[in-house]
Design a protein around this ligand. Structure first.
Ligand SMILES: NC(=O)c1ccc[n+]([C@@H]2O[C@H](COP(=O)([O-])OP(=O)(O)OC[C@H]3O[C@@H](n4cnc5c(N)ncnc54)[C@H](OP(=O)(O)O)[C@@H]3O)[C@@H](O)[C@H]2O)c1
Length: 304
């Protein structure tokens, strides 16, 4: 298949591109800059220049492809106070790509997350939560994508664990490492018994490819390798890696150390992958998050 990938230059997207190409698919990757275009071309994919807000570009690229993986997200504005604008851009992109694919039965995979699915209980692929302010707006985007199944699109939502980890990660775990380093102590909030699901990047990329190849229309896929890793275990691994003391901090102190991540770090959001593994015969092989942290690459640079 010839697959149009938005976010092809990103952390997950570059692994998805590599996995698709290795499985003999062709890739058309969206690039908004010369640097991203070069990275995508060097990976062996064709480049389509454009911004995720260029809806005509998205429609045209989707129409000339056999399927779409939509991973681009405006993290630059989302993490700087305007999550709503990032969510709105994402929704417009999903709608535009959906319009181009309507009636074709071609696959569309979009990115979602697990926060807010079923707080403090094991969330499954069958959970359909209600939207909530800020990041919870992505729940509506997932609904938008899944509803395309009724318009002849083999659409699916890929809910990524909040950490898609691996060597080169600059996501939440790298941000936590940087914050701990700056504070001179690795910290968890309260007892640190709250859990985050996790997935290794290579496992996540393979799942996206399997979904594009054979997930039924309207599927929700959980890109989750581990159901829930206690944040205290994560923090202890970071303390080992940085050679720093490990301590508990109160929720009201957490903002001082972790900024916008503080509330997120305290969430308990375990999630299952049983239905996804069964549906696609996908078996995550890891390494797990703590094992990955113990490999040392998260501490190699002085900053993230
Ligand atoms: N990584 C995780 O742990 C995780 C967890 C849960 C959900 N997700 C979701 O999974 C998706 C992929 O995440 P990621 O970690 O791979 O993100 P990432 O490394 O930040 O990559 C984002 C991608 O989007 C592109 N992009 C951003 N703004 C754009 C714009 N205005 N126009 C065109 N392209 C634009 C970036 O292009 P440039 O290379 O040019 O910047 C990059 O290719 C996102 O929806 C993310 O929210 C990720």
């Amino acid at each position: 298949m010839r697959i149009f990938v938005t976010g092809a230059s990103g952390w997950i997207g570059s692994a998805v591109v590599a996995d698709l190409l290795a499985a003999d698919h062709q890739v058309l990757g969206l690039a908004r800059s010369d640097a991203s275009a070069q990275a995508i071309a060097e990976a062996g994919a064709e480049v389509r220049r454009g911004d995720i807000g260029d809806l005509d570009v998205l429609r045209a690229a989707a129409a000339e492809s056999d399927g779409v993986v939509h991973l681009a997200f405006r993290h630059d504005i989302a993490f700087n106070g305007d999550f709503d604008a990032a969510v709105a851009t994402d929704r417009a992109a999903i709608e535009a790509i959906g319009d181009a694919l309507a009636g074709t039965d071609r696959p569309l995979a979009i990115a979602a997350g697990v926060a807010g699915l079923r707080p403090a209980q094991l969330a499954t692929e069958n959970d359909r939560p209600d939207p909530f302010p800020g990041p919870g707006g992505r729940i509506l985007n997932e609904r938008t994508a899944l509803a395309l199944a009724e318009r002849g699109v083999r659409s699916m939502s890929v809910r990524f664990a909040p950490t898609v980890h691996g060597e080169g990660d600059s996501g939440f775990v790298a941000m936590i490492v940087a914050a701990d380093r700056t504070a001179g102590a690795a910290a968890y909030v309260g007892e640190g018994a709250n859990r985050w699901p996790a997935v290794h990047r290579a496992d996540a990329a393979r799942l996206v490819r399997l979904g594009i190849e054979r997930a039924p229309a309207g599927s929700v896929l959980h890109a989750i390798g581990e159901e829930g890793v206690a944040i205290r275990d994560v923090t202890e691994a970071i303390g080992r890696g940085l050679g720093l003391p490990v301590r508990s901090i109160a929720p009201e102190e957490a903002g001082g150390q972790f900024g916008f991540l503080a509330g997120f770090l305290a969430l308990d959001m375990p999630a299952s992958n049983d239905l996804t593994r069964e549906l696609l015969s996908w078996e995550p092989t890891g390494p797990g998050l703590v094992e990955d942290l113990d490999q040392g690459h998260y501490y190699a640079n002085g900053s993230r």
